[in-house]
Design a protein around this ligand. Structure first.
Ligand SMILES: Cc1cc2nc3c(=O)[nH]c(=O)nc-3n(C[C@H](O)[C@H](O)[C@H](O)COP(=O)(O)OP(=O)(O)OC[C@H]3O[C@@H](n4cnc5c(N)ncnc54)[C@H](O)[C@@H]3O)c2cc1C
Length: 308
């Protein structure tokens, strides 16, 4: 499938390029709110990118579960929104053999539904995100753009060798997830660019996600680990969350997982691959210890799983 035709609303598949950004969607003024003076409602991602190019200080909003926190606590001022809520096919979902194309506007709640059957590790991660209200609104695109080291979708996406479709007003490009995430809060998105879709290139085999938090629900992860094993295809993936600046593959541990090494050895290699920090949620030493435990546990789950 050629990249530019990945989504029905990608730049070359629409006539939106000729539209002026100000004509996409309605502008809703909310006089007196003190925060929002207007909002644009593009109907394609390329229109959204054109709107962003025309209004560089505008803020893109999808589910609003990250950006509204900053607005409400006063740390972010917004004079114009570019809402993605009316982008057509934003929650596109298409399975093509081993590869899955997912629209950036797909919510965690949707991943928990029938779609999750194709992506068990991502579904397990989705189940741990916030509560039902958050999962109903929060999108994969928002989780990616926020680029928090603790973003719960990111380890599972790394296990699927995910590529991100970045769309501008007149161009699009695909980049590997590991290149897309530059650091905490930093991505490859340039001015006038938005995320349109994710291509999960390889999804076969047994797969699991495990997250450690200070309680069982509604919690930012202390550390997390996603794993995938398709021994017949020679594929092993282990990706660490919340224990380095961005999601990180534990490559040596993956080799041990594939070679049948003892689970504790795989776990030790996972911990070795991390570079956690001390913060208010946990010490670096605790995170390393926890990752060794998660690595050992996920190794057992993957080897005993029905999916494998
Ligand atoms: C109570 C609560 C609990 C939470 N729990 C978790 C949790 O357990 N795990 C977790 O990972 N996260 C959690 N979050 C954070 C948040 O829900 C997720 O990061 C979510 O995926 C953000 O998606 P969104 O659509 O709401 O993003 P928004 O808030 O709409 O946007 C977030 C950022 O991404 C940008 N953006 C959004 N979509 C695009 C796009 N398509 N292209 C370019 N830029 C875009 C926005 O401009 C903004 O900067 C929680 C948040 C809250 C408030």
């Amino acid at each position: 499938m050629p990249p530019t035709s990945a989504l029905p609303n990608s730049p070359r598949s629409t006539s939106s390029q000729s539209k002026d950004a100000s004509t996409c969607g309605r502008i809703r003024a909310r006089p007196g709110s003190g925060v929002v003076s207007g909002a644009l409602f593009p109907s394609t991602y390329s229109e959204a990118a054109a709107a962003l190019e025309a209004h560089p200080s505008a803020v893109v909003v999808a589910g609003g579960t990250d950006v509204m926190v900053a607005v409400n606590d006063g740390s972010r001022q917004v004079d114009r929104w570019i809402s993605l809520r009316r982008v057509q096919h934003a929650d596109h979902f298409e399975v093509d053999g081993d590869s899955v194309l997912v629209g950036a506007g797909t919510t965690f709640e949707q991943i928990l539904g029938p779609r999750g059957a194709a992506l068990p590790a991502l579904a397990e991660a989705a189940r741990t995100v916030g509560g039902p209200q958050i999962r109903a609104a929060a999108t994969l695109g928002g989780n990616l753009a926020t680029a928090s080291p603790a973003g719960d979708s990111l380890p599972a996406l790394a296990c699927y060798d995910t590529e991100i479709q970045i769309v501008g007003a007149t161009h699009d490009r695909w980049v590997p997830l590991t290149d897309f995430l530059i650091g905490p809060g930093q991505t490859l998105l340039g001015p006038g660019e938005v995320i349109a879709a994710l291509r999960l290139s390889s999804t076969s085999g047994a797969q699991h996600f495990a997250k450690l938090g200070t309680r069982n629900a509604m919690v930012i992860s202390v550390c997390s680990l996603a794993g995938r094993l398709d021994a017949d295809a020679g594929i092993a993936r282990l990706a660490i969350g919340s224990a380095s600046a961005t999601v990180r593959r534990a490559v040596d541990a993956e080799t041990l997982l594939l070679d049948g090494a003892p689970p504790d050895d795989v776990g030790a290699a996972v911990a070795e691959a991390s570079s956690p920090i001390d913060d208010h949620r946990a010490s670096a030493a605790y995170r390393r210890h926890a990752l060794a435990v998660l690595g050992s546990r996920i190794t057992r789950w993957l080897r005993n799983s029905d999916h494998g």
